[in-house]
Design a protein around this ligand. Sequence first.
Ligand code: GLU
Length: 424
Amino acid sequence: MEAVEKPSAVQRNPYEAALKNFDIAADHLELDHDIRAMLRDPERELTVTVPVRMDDGKVETFVGYRVQYSTARGPGKGGIRFHPNVTLDEVKALACWMTWKCAVVNIPFGGAKGGVTCNPKKLSIRELEHLTRRYTVGILPLIGPDLDIPAPDVYTNPQIMAWMMDTYEMTKGYSVPGVVTGKPVSLGGSHGRNEATGRGVFYSIQNACDFLNISLENTTVVVQGFGNAGSVTAHLLDSAESNVVAVSDSTGCIYNKDGLSIPKLILHKAHTGSVLGFAGSEEISADDMLSLRCDILVPAALEGAITGENADRLNARIIAEAANGPITPDADSILFGKGVFVIPDILCNAGGVTVSYFEWAQDESHVFWDEAEVYARLEKIMKNSFMDVLKIHRDRHVNMRVAANMLGVGRVAEAARLRGLYPQ
Ligand code: GLU
């Protein structure tokens, strides 16, 4: 019998993968020992028990986390994930990536992330609200508009941010809209925030296509994950006359070689809760979907989707990482070796946190912008950041992932160096 190779720690554990990419960037930047030591671990990690009285009258306990990886460039910033697979190491990886991401787009934040290990799909609205509020109380000492600012992530949304803000404000006794971003617009949220991650991914794809001399029209697209980021990206690509031929969500994958109507698919998913059963589509396996020949593949689900095992079968010219950490480091070597143009997550999906920064700035100044202004500023930041990463890619002869990490890690290292070490 053929021996089944066990996945390495780096493949299994997103935090190991994050550190591996940090080390590669640090080597290229020739960071000295002291700065490396200061940036290689999170500043602060908090684990909280979250007891919730369930609808059946019994108390169930959940585990929640908030990790502040770095505050060298500003307050902690990053989303809250509600998912059954949330672990401390996953949250640490996500907080680490947020740190480099905020630095790549040059916004004045550090990096943080939070999560609760739970299955929100199995909770009632009442249970979800109580879980959110009790988790917020648990991490209360760590959050604040100048301290650490949560936002939505996988399976959290504007309503959950509204509950978090309300819980925080009730304990303080005054209004603090800047404590979270991704709130509903009617509570001090920003126009365009809800679509910002997907819109930023779309701008990144446009930037990559401009560079590679590819016209978006008639390109074939595959989107893995049809949540907030994946569906908005697919919609914008569809509007730009791209052909989205396959889409998946947690329930399965669908395919139509002539292209799926994305506005209709969004309605179908809203009604049925799944992409499956969409008129005119056929169901295919996840493996078959990932190996489809396409111009643009958008992994928009979870980390570790593309590994050393399946990377060789991929047939895409561009991979736009809408998710955080979808490609493991060993898959990176295969893909960059094949000449695939990968737009790395900390650049590609930075539109979400960029508009979070706009939201926070609007809340702090009490002056609000219209949607056109938000989009124009977002487009400019995504373009400038893409060009900054591209310059390192060309000047230093490193792949786009290494280039993005060099930009992000380099900026954080510069901030850490200027601050020095206190107290000593
Ligand atoms: N969860 C998003 C991300 O991974 C947005 C974070 C934020 O807006 O703070 O980038």
